[in-house]
Design a protein around this ligand. Sequence first.
Ligand code: AMP
Ligand code: TRP
Length: 327
Amino acid sequence: MKTMLSGIKPTGRLTLGNYIGAIREFVKYQDEYEMFIFIANEHALTVPIQASELRKNTKDLIALYLACGLDPEKCTIFLQSDIAAHAQLGWIMTCMSGYGELQRMTQFKDKMAKQETGITAGLFTYPPLMSADILLYDPDYVPVGVDQKQHVELTRDLAERFNKRYSDTFKVPEPLVTKVGAKIFDLQDPTKKMSKSDTNPKGCIDLLDNPATARNKIKSAVTDSLGEIRFDPENQPGLANLITILSALTDEPIESIVERYQGKGYGELKKETGDVVFNFLTDLQARYQDITSSGKINEILNEGAQKASKVANKKIAKVYRKVGLTI
Ligand code: AMP
Ligand code: TRP
């Protein structure tokens, strides 16, 4: 079985777009791959964040991922900071990276160009920490969004550099740019991706939104005045977005939905989609509440850390020997 690893930064909240475009795919992967999933909480420190907020985001994120179907029986779920080897190998990878090489990382350049205040050195050196996260576990694949592809390519370069300078130590991983299950658009401006940074909250459905509020957001979604139900993302983007959401949450093919709606109005489609979203969120949030109140999160993380540390500790010991830290 091939191995897959991914990290998720505990910042912000998750949207219906995150679920349909990414989390749902992730949940499918756990049957096909040996999976390591960790919360990249050390990466969250690259921008100033309050301790209480980081704690809350971390717990929410784990509970939501579990509620979405990530199964600790099938994959190893853990906290980055529970395994010291991440920071240990992170330092070594920082020392393997060129200063100029890190200056070329587009995500860093974008942040600098926006002249955001309070740029930390951690934001600059975070790609080698990400490389360490990956290389400790010898994964075959690393599923990431496009914005992270360059960091996985850096990881490949660092792995090859280390293997050449010392001797074969790391598997060189492949990025797997998330084959976006479906892209979900803003409900108020369907030319824009649904995103938690939206200025208009009516355009975005949060996985922790009140289900009735979410249903209303679907009902007031922007459509068009053509008055005919077709799946035409170019000319009827708002309608196509609703059909995509309905199809994703029910697994009914798009063509079948369009056929069922021949001769019917947008109102009916909005009602059905709204009800499906309502039920989806109601069930998801019930599981989320169960997990949150069960006190099981710590137990799951402890077990995950135990499994992950076996792999990571072996690798870091090998690296320490090869570079000469162990005498
Ligand atoms: P982000 O929250 O933007 O960092 O994205 C995390 C993951 O969710 C990435 O793999 C994105 O491709 C996916 N994602 C975020 N927003 C959407 C959306 N509106 N539709 C589909 N996928 C999304
Ligand atoms: N940098 C990633 C992000 O911002 C999160 C991350 C950290 C990650 N370490 C990783 C992703 C290792 C994949 C593999 O989304």
